[in-house]
Design a protein around this ligand. Structure first.
Ligand code: GLC
Length: 577
């Protein structure tokens, strides 16, 4: 079957299953809960769902440590209910994309158990086991100087084998050796397994890390904390492995391949997603540059938010990918704090949620909306580190305390940067447990709900035309309606402004002008000359009531706090008039 590029017209909704909806009352989100909420997902106007891992997992990294690639974690359901979810999603014209974690498995995966039990087992070479050395003082030294991205060495010593194994993340996540053809064969079987069950593609976790350099050399130039990364990020055989998966499996299915690509520049993103000699390793990539507008590489190295930095990252990606490449557009996922608390304003929560939505939904690429983002959910605040579930937060907390900071400072950092900000239960109602658990549930939610669920919830926002939820619905419909959003060139105005983000999408027959305030104060805005007095355009979307006098014939506007407006000109304007 020929592959098409339907993904370019999609809008995805990401479900992090543990915190979406608890259907069976045990306090943990599950697929029964998802079944109940598919109509809600559909009501957003999205066209597909990406499920964060549903596989059995000991939860050292909440699903990103997979112990069985061909089953569903019993906490989430089983293959029967998964099949029901896929069928029910397809009945609603929603595609289903699975997470695929192949850089590493769980240390409790059967392959790793066998590898540990017997150095002669074929599974031993599924991972990177190496001997270390002993220094002059008799101390054991790992095989190279690579760092785990969570801190400490990337090597864990196994006494019984007198060998180390490589883990670029947690020691409970040993790296798979994709240089072994048998491992690539296993990956292909896993892909076939899920494609045969009807899924429409994969979001491939840290896929750009999977090819390690021959000989695993030490990284003498790398920065402490990320030594090794330079050598295996977009490693030597990445392209060839991805093309093998294409040829052997993916090309014969009508599916999408989304690659998560941390620390990858826009030029490399282009190389992975633009066709070259008939090869296109990935359909779209999830880049991270725009996630660094308030931090250095990770939210755990915070910096003051810079709108100019954010806009520069957007422009770099939009310009570099142009008409040939393709990227995911996103503000939130399960790995980042809530964007309203981050780049927006909790004081102007609804307004800033909407302005942030318009700031990315009309760019070129495929938008992803993360559960609760459409409500303008905000960060949670934990009172003590014991309440924080994410092991990554604990690793950073320890590092900060060991570095001499107080426990209070370390907790403040976790509260600002932690991934649990995005993992608190979805807020369905203002009632007990935010309606996340059924009313007669035996257990409360596995992690505390945000106290602001009394105001910020689906039930309240559903009926409110000015709520973030209503705005997201309108914006997503508008995006899907307008051909200029699929193909128009990206053009940015007011690059130097620290309060406004203004961009246009322009094609031969139509133009779209998007204005987003990033300020708690009113901001005056001179409409670019090429858009005259806006008189020829249709105001298609806004987050404040705009009177006719304000909307028409104005070449100077005063935007209210976090106001956003989207105008359409030319042929596409007929579609919204
Ligand atoms: C990706 C996932 C993240 C996980 C990491 C290691 O970045 O999104 O949640 O911790 O990979 O698998």
């Amino acid at each position: 079957m020929a592959r098409t590029d339907w993904y370019k017209d999609m809008v995805f909704y990401q479900i992090w299953p543990r915190s979406f909806c608890d259907g069976n009352g045990d306090g943990v989100g599950d697929l029964w809960g998802v079944l109940q909420k598919l109509d809600y997902v559909k009501s957003l106007g999205v066209t597909g769902i990406w499920f964060s891992p549903l596989y059995p997992s000991p939860n050292a990294d909440f699903g990103y440590d997979v112990s069985d690639y061909r089953a569903i974690d019993p906490a989430y359901g089983d293959l029967d209910v998964f099949d029901q979810v896929v069928a029910a999603a397809h009945e609603r014209d929603l595609k289903v994309v699975m997470d695929l974690v192949i850089n590493h498995t769980s240390s409790e995966h059967e392959w790793f158990r066998q590898a540990l039990a017997d150095a002669d087992s074929p599974y031993h070479d599924y991972y990177f086991f190496r001997r270390g050395s002993v220094d002059r003082k008799g101390r054991r030294v790992p095989p190279n100087n690579w760092d785990s991205l969570l801190g400490g060495s990337a090597w864990e010593y196994v006494e019984a084998l007198d060998e180390y194994y490589l883990h670029t993340f947690d020691k409970a996540q040993p790296d798979l050796n994709l240089d072994n053809p048998a491992v690539r064969g296993e990956v292909e079987d896993v892909m076939r397994f899920w494609l045969d069950r009807g899924v429409d593609g994969f979001r491939e976790d840290v896929i750009t890390f999977v090819s390690k350099p021959q000989g695993l050399p030490s990284d003498v130039l790398g920065l402490p904390g990320s030594r090794g990364l330079r050598l295996y990020n977009c490693g030597p055989r990445l392209r060839s492995y991805l093309m093998q998966f294409r040829r052997d499996v993916l090309d014969s299915h009508d599916c999408v391949v989304v690659g998560e690509a941390p620390m990858l520049g826009a030029r490399k993103a282009l190389a992975l997603t633009a066709a070259r000699r008939g090869e296109r390793p990935l359909d779209l990539v999830i880049g991270f540059d725009h996630m660094q507008a308030d931090c250095m590489y990770t939210e755990y190295l915070p910096r003051p938010f810079s709108l100019r930095k954010l806009k520069r990252a957007y422009a770099q990606w939009q310009d570099a990918l142009g008409e040939s490449g393709w990227c995911a557009l996103y503000l939130e996922n399960h790995d980042h704090p809530r964007v309203v608390s981050r780049y927006g304003s909790e004081a102007f929560r609804a307004e800033s949620a909407a302005s942030l939505a318009a700031s990315y939904l009309f760019q070129r690429g495929t938008p992803f909306v993360y559960q609760g983002q459409e409500l303008g959910m905000t960060n949670v605040r934990f009172d003590s580190i014991e309440q924080v579930p994410d092991p990554q937060a604990h690793a950073h907390y320890r590092r900060v305390v060991e570095g001499g900071k107080s426990p209070e400072d370390a907790l403040a950092l976790v509260n600002r940067a932690g991934r649990d900000n995005a993992r608190s239960p979805m807020q369905w109602t203002g009632e007990k447990d935010a309606g996340f658990c059924p009313k007669d549930a035996h257990e409360g939610p596995w992690v505390a709900v945000n106290p602001n669920h009394v105001e910020v919830n689906v039930a309240a926002e559903d009926d409110d035309l000015m709520s973030p939820l209503s705005f997201y619905r309108r914006a997503i419909r508008l995006r899907r309606l307008l051909p200029v959003v699929r193909s128009g060139r990206y053009h940015e105005f007011k690059r130097a402004s620290t309060k406004l983000y203004v961009y246009a999408r322009e094609s031969t027959w139509s133009r779209l002008l998007v204005m987003c305030s990033f300020s708690d104060e009113p901001v005056t805005f001179h409409v670019p000359d090429t858009y005259g007095d806006l008189g020829g355009g249709v105001l298609a979307l806004s987050n404040y009531y705009v009177t006719d006098a304000e909307a028409d014939d104005a070449n100077q506007l005063t935007l209210r706090p976090w106001e956003t407006r989207v105008y359409v000109f030319g042929r596409d304007a007929v579609l919204v008039d």
